[in-house]
Design a protein around this ligand. Structure first.
Ligand code: ARG
Ligand code: ZN
Length: 879
């Protein structure tokens, strides 16, 4: 028998619902083996859609539910009065307004998908975005249906002293048999995906915020008692976010209480449920001993992101899931600007651009490529992507660039004003921007409908007689699935011109030294007058658009830009380009086996960089990092994993050997004892110090091994300890015993801390020296490995699939291992299964042998019956 094939849903088929749900009263009776959910819904015909005589039947979404009873206006409907099929419940309607009472039985304890209501470490919690609410009760589980929710939670007082839901607590009391209840009311209309409930034995820290109009807000952060000391940073971040959104966007918080709950088992980072954000514990808990600088910054960003959603997502939500980037792209832009204001703006831009160019460009060049507003999907969970989030953010940033800060703010004011309390579309957002600014964004809209990364090719010509400099800019965009031909994009291209002394030249009569060119044609030429010699262009400054720029820079040009460009992003990019050239040179001749010298210009340039006394620590640290293996793979025509690993390692070693004295001096200069502080300046020092440690480790001698061990043992914070641990693990060929010793030490110190243990797994599976298939298999059997925890799965499996030296070089054993995990996980947690298999979908880009083996692994997954829609969609689109 053939499996029923999951169907594709199209944006063009969008229709408003036949019915609205004005109010939703929920009662949760939580028990140890099941939960009873009673939903009382006030339904109303959508007059706008229905003008016919007969009232249409009502179809509600529902999954994995036992229907206990169904009443319509007080009358029980027996099972011959409704239709129950997989995924939905259909019933007849007799009045334009009516009440439904639906009782369902669910089993949160057995819910391993972590969607809907489930249990994590003994507590109940929910995750409803995108379509998880239908696993709680029958409902119109779509974001354009917005309702006022009241939620009564009943549970054992001893086991679950804390009972939370959205909004304000309006009633609480005790019941028989040690049971108690709390009733919550959320006065704001919201779609079901923003619903949340938590019940557990939790402690909280409390703080307060007074809003710009004097509203007193209680802030509470809930966690298991053993983690209560790790909430400070998130609380500080929350207060900063609330203030920033008032200052920069004029947006104020709107309920009496704002709550965050940390849970260990969570599919994603965090969720913006109204008034009750639920966070993956790894994105909220931190102490100097257990969290790295990177984690501190991640927490600040995610707390802000979820808080900002209160306006960009909750007050104004999405009409349908094709509009996901409306809230996500915009909110990522908001959190990125917040982080830039809190820390180093230049470094934030470098880091974001780097993620985009490495991972989003790869997605846009792969089989799952989609526009930031997709036109169709099989499973919406597969579209919580770098494209929708990060490229979506870049699209909003381009609007900001084209309009300027003031008009952009007028645009967001108009958008919030116009659509408050509504479910809106990307088009609504762009329209508000246009209306408020008077800027025509007609062509700009192509960014919403076209996928693929545009390529901007720049050529130039200098006329000595006239002093004219001609800059010709051509754009194209490669074909992507379903989109053979593209229309030109409207691209803001940041530009400056450097003269022979490295000074910026005036670009126009006003004397501006920086400009944003508005590129609209497939090819156009700009002429700059009065240049005394041929200038060097600084292109795409501040990464002004998510495009690839091709310009024929010589190595000398790049070294010059590294020194003189005033744009941090472009200085870093020049350094990256030089690194890519040097490494690719070795990759090309890898097969010849002959000794190849490392590019001397690169080595010289790094010498200058290391010694530069003026350069900001944070930027220097970024510039000193060679292009990652992933970014080299993304830029390669055909990926040769072994060659990339070897070539990059060789270049790193050469830099270390050539500049060992300067690196050591810098390392020593930056190593001094002081109390941990997660502020930008301190983070920059630690980052730079640990970049030096990494280079010194590449010297591969006894002395550096001692230095790493000393840093590991003497570390007073997790940043330094983790950095040293990583270096030591990579030196396994020199001292196997030391590696075992520090891994054991690390384990003994942190075995009770699930978040730190994630790092312990990742450092092993991700190591070129340690991360064999056998090692990963052994770690999966480890007592501290929890196969139901997405964090653990991501650390171990994700660490391994990102391990280019091992995953791709095992004669296919790595791919087969991954296929086995995907098939197994698909039964348990389809979202995680479909995420971890992503690396296989890039099979076409690899050299032939690897490519064939990856394809084979995918085919084996495809042959499995009853795949989830998540895995089904990914595997079928990639083969
Ligand atoms: N809206 C959340 C955020 O970006 C992400 C939730 C995603 N959940 C999911 N199941 N795909 O903040
Ligand atoms: Zn979000």
């Amino acid at each position: 028998m053939k499996d029923a094939q999951p169907s594709t849903i199209y944006l063009k088929d969008y229709q408003a619902p036949d019915y609205w749900i004005d109010t939703t009263h929920l009662t949760f009776d939580l028990h140890e083996d099941h939960t009873l959910v009673t939903a009382v819904l006030q339904m109303r015909l959508n007059e706008a859609v229905n003008c016919g005589e007969a009232l249409p039947a009502l179809t509600l979404h529902g999954e994995d539910l036992d229907l206990v009873s169904l009443h319509r206006d007080g009358e029980e409907l027996e099972n011959d009065r409704y239709q129950l099929v997989k995924g939905s419940l259909t019933l007849p309607v007799e009045q334009p307004r009516f009440q439904l009472q639906i009782v369902t039985r669910i089993r949160p304890q057995e819910n391993t998908s972590l969607e809907g209501l489930y249990k994590s470490n003994g507590m109940f919690c929910t995750q409803c975005e995108a379509e998880g609410f239908r696993k709680i009760t029958y409902y119109l589980d779509r974001p354009d249906v917005m309702s006022v929710f009241t939620t009564k939670v009943i549970a054992s007082q001893a086991r679950y002293p804390v009972l939370l839901a959205n909004g304000n607590a309006i009633d609480r009391g005790e019941l028989d048999n040690d049971r108690h209840y709390v009733t919550w009311e959320d006065p704001f209309k919201k779609p079901s995906y923003l619903f949340a409930l938590v019940a557990g034995d939790l402690e909280y820290v409390e703080d307060h915020f007074t809003t710009m109009n004097g509203r007193e807000v209680t802030l509470r952060l809930f966690t298991e008692s053993h983690n209560i000391h790790k909430c400070d940073h998130a609380m500080i971040s929350l207060k900063k976010s609330m203030k920033w959104d008032e200052d920069v966007y004029g947006r104020e918080y709107d309920l009496d209480i704002f709550m965050i709950v940390a849970v260990d088992h969570f599919n994603m980072g965090a969720m913006e449920n109204k008034g009750l954000n639920i966070f993956n514990s790894s994105c909220v808990l931190a102490s100097p001993e257990t969290a790295t600088d990177a984690t501190y910054q991640k927490i600040e960003a995610i707390v802000a992101h979820e808080y900002f959603h209160n306006w960009s997502g909750n007050r104004v939500t999405c009409r349908d899931w094709f509009q996901l980037s409306l809230k996500e792209g915009f909110t990522v832009f908001r959190d990125a600007e917040f982080s830039a204001d809190m820390n180093s703006r230049g470094v934030k831009r470098i880091q974001d651009a780097s993620v985009l160019r490495t991972a989003q460009f790869a997605e846009d060049a792969g089989p799952m490529a989609h526009p930031i507003r997709p036109e169709s999907f099989i499973e919406i969970s597969n579209f919580y992507t770098l494209t929708v989030y990060e490229k979506g953010c870049e699209v909003v940033r381009m609007i900001h660039t084209l309009l300027g800060a003031d008009k952009f703010r007028k645009g967001t004011d108009l958008y919030f004003d116009r659509h408050d309390g509504e479910a809106a579309t990307c088009e609504d957002f762009v329209k508000a921007m246009e209306d408020a600014s008077g800027v025509d964004l007609t062509q700009f809209r192509n960014w919403y409908s076209q996928s693929g990364t545009p390529v901007v090719t720049v050529t130039d010509r200098y006329e000595a007689e006239t002093g004219d400099y001609h800059l010709t800019i051509a754009q194209s965009c490669p074909a992507t699935p379903g989109q053979e031909h593209k229309k030109p994009f409207h691209i803001p291209l940041g530009l400056a011109l450097l003269d022979e002394q490295g000074q910026l030249l005036p670009l126009n009569a006003e004397g501006d030294k920086e400009q944003v060119l508005s590129i609209k044609q497939s090819e156009e030429t700009f002429v700059f007058k009065g240049c005394k010699s041929k200038p060097l262009p600084s292109l795409l400054r501040n990464f002004s658009a998510p495009v690839r720029v091709r310009y024929d820079y010589s190595k000398d040009d790049l070294v010059f830009l590294m020194k003189h460009d005033t744009d941090s992003f472009n200085r870093w990019d020049a350094c990256q380009r030089l690194g890519v050239m040097a490494i690719e040179q070795l990759v090309e001749r890898f097969d010849e086996q002959a000794e190849q010298a490392v590019d001397s210009q690169l080595l010289d340039a790094f010498g200058v960089l290391i010694a530069d006394p003026k350069l900001e620590h944070a930027v220097k640290a970024e510039m000193l990092c060679l292009p990652t293996e992933a970014s080299l793979a993304e830029q390669a025509e055909v990926i040769k994993p072994l060659a990339i690993v070897a070539a990059r390692k060789k270049v790193k070693q050469a830099i270390a050997e050539t500049h060992s004295a300067a690196l050591l001096a810098l390392y020593n200069q930056l190593s001094h004892e002081r109390d941990y502080c997660p502020e930008a300046a301190d983070i920059a020092e630690r980052t730079l110090k640990n970049v030096c440690l990494g280079y010194l480790a590449a010297l591969d001698d006894a002395e550096s091994l001692q230095r790493m061990a000393a840093q590991y043992n003497g570390a007073s914070n997790m940043t330094d300890r983790r950095a040293a641990l990583g270096c030591i693990v990579d030196a396994r060929h020199r001292d196997e015993h030391l590696v075992e010793q520090v891994l054991t030490d690390f384990y003994d110190r942190y075995k009770d801390d699930a978040n730190v243990m994630d790092g312990w797994f990742a450092v092993q599976s991700g190591s070129a020296e340690l991360g064999t298939v056998e090692k990963v298999q052994a770690l999966m059997q480890h007592d501290s490995f929890d196969p139901t925890s997405p964090n653990k799965l991501r650390s171990l499996i994700g660490g391994f699939t990102g391990n280019m030296a091992r995953f791709h070089t095992t004669g296919g054993a790595g791919y087969e291992f991954l296929a086995d995990r995907v098939i197994e996980l698909d039964k348990q947690n389809p979202q995680v299964a479909s995420r971890v298999m992503m690396p296989l979908t890039r099979w076409k880009k690899f050299e032939p042998v690897a490519s064939g083996l990856m394809k084979k692994a995918l085919q084996r997954i495809k042959a499995v019956h009853d795949l989830s829609t998540d895995v089904y969609e990914v595997v079928n689109k990639s083969l």
